[in-house]
Structure formats: C-alpha cells, structure tokens
Design a binder for this molecule. Structure first.
Ligand code: TZP
Ligand code: MG
Length: 238
C-alpha cells in the first residue's frame, strides 16, 4: 500500500556549506524530525551515488522511527536501493511514467511544476503530489526557471480544483522562500482560491516545502517546531 503522507511541513534537505555549514546532515534532520517536520526529501546535487545511498539509508532509519516518509530527489535508483517511500522528480529528471513503471503503485512520486501545463501533465502521468514553485526568489536555488509568486500558485490550484477528479485529488506543496515570517500569510493566501462543485471541498495548498528556514537555522528543532505550530494555528488575518 502507498504510505499515507502528511505534506503540511515538508522538509527538503541541503548539504551545501552555505546552508548546512559543517554540521552532520543526519543529525540535523533528526532535530527537524523532533521539531515536527511531517515528510522529508533528501536533496543532494553533489554527492556520488555511494554516499547518496549511505546517507539516504541513515536518513530513512531516522524517518522510520517517527513514521515520516522519506522521498529522494532526482534519483529513482537511489530510492529503490534504499527502499524508502518515494521520489521527487523535476522537469528534467526521469519522466513520471517510467518512474512509476520502475517503482510501482506503492511509492510516492512527486513532481516539480511551475505552470498549469506542467501540472496537467504531471497529474495525467500519475503524480501523487506537486511541488509548485518557485514561490519567492531564494538563495537556496538560484537557477530557478520561474518565480511565479502567490498568484501563479493560485492559478495552478484553481486549475487543479476545477479540472478533473484526479487533479482535485493530487496533493500540493509550494516551495521557495517560505519562512516563519511569511508562512501564515502564504497559507492564508493559498487557502480555497476558488470555489468548486459542492460535492467536493475547495482545494487549498496541502503544505509548505522548506529548505533554509529549517536546515540553515541555528536551532533546527526549535525552528521546525515553531513552523509546525504556525501551520497548526489559524492565520491572524480576516
Ligand atoms: N525548488 C524551488 S525553490 C527551491 C527548490 C528546491 C529551494 C527552496 O529553498 P528555501 O531555502 O526554502 O527558499
Ligand atoms: Mg530534479
């Protein structure tokens, strides 16, 4: 069976000096898990395959202790080798149909999308969730193709909400520049951006994906638990 995932506080890792510093990634992720992140993506653009698998195995063991799914960025082979819960694929990675063929129906497959067209294709090809962005410009990923802002994300959510059964069901997270100062406003602005048929509830964002505001925080556990609390408490806007 496909693992149930709570996408509300989606941690994406980073192993670069600028964000992780000289800290140990597995220890940092353990702190984030203690703070309450609900799903973890191991994203590492520079390590070789052996190190990726070794680190992913260590992360998987920490995640399993807390019943938190581990997703691997880019690499279907690494996810298979580790036996973790899924993969996250960008527009230039393995296509979703091939990934599904390899991984089967019990794994979570997520896709990065920046437009209605990309969202439509990802849903048609069986993505379980969409990472929608880039929301705001961020130093963590400087070469982002598109910065689409709140309005771009609202347009995609509206499309998903009004198009098909599958598009209404797909889970969504936004990514790019989310932190403790802007998180509640983002959730507020991405809540129920369109009306939908009365038979189905309005679709809002299912979570926020965050790198530097957790991995780069001086106290990772505190940063994660603060973000988790902000997600749980109602936004202070009318
Ligand atoms: N994809 C779009 S923006 C981004 C990724 C992986 C990085 C987001 O990092 P941060 O530090 O949460 O802004
Ligand atoms: Mg990728």
């Amino acid at each position: 069976m496909k693992p149930q995932a709570d996408y509300s506080l989606y941690l994406v890792t980073d192993s670069t000096e600028a964000i992780l510093g000289n800290r140990d990634l597995v220890e940092v992720v353990e702190q984030a898990l203690l703070g309450g992140v609900t799903i973890v993506q191991y994203r590492d653009k520079s390590s070789e395959t052996g190190i990726l698998i070794q680190t992913a195995k260590a992360l998987h063991s920490k995640c399993k202790q807390r019943n938190v799914p581990l997703i691997i960025n880019d690499r279907v082979d690494v996810a298979l080798a580790v036996g973790c819960e899924g993969v996250h694929l960008g527009q230039d990675d393995m296509d979703l149909l091939s990934a599904r063929k390899i991984l089967g129906d019990d794994k979570i497959i997520g896709a990065t999308v920046s437009s209605i067209e990309e969202a439509n294709i990802a849903v048609e090809r069986g993505a379980d969730y969409l990472g929608i962005g880039t929301l705001y410009a961020t130093n963590t990923k400087k070469n982002t193709k598109d910065i689409i802002g709140i309005n771009g994300i609202r347009k995609i959510l509206h499309y998903l909400n009004t198009t098909s059964e599958a598009s209404r069901k797909v889970k969504t997270v936004c990514i790019g520049g989310v932190n403790a100062s802007n998180l509640q406003r983002i959730i507020y602005q991405l809540y129920a951006p369109s009306t939908s048929p009365s038979s189905s509830p309005p679709k809002s964002i299912d979570g926020v994906a965050i790198v530097s505001a957790i991995i780069g925080a001086p106290d990772v556990q505190k940063a994660a638990s603060n973000l988790a609390n902000l997600i749980k408490s109602p936004p202070p806007f009318k």
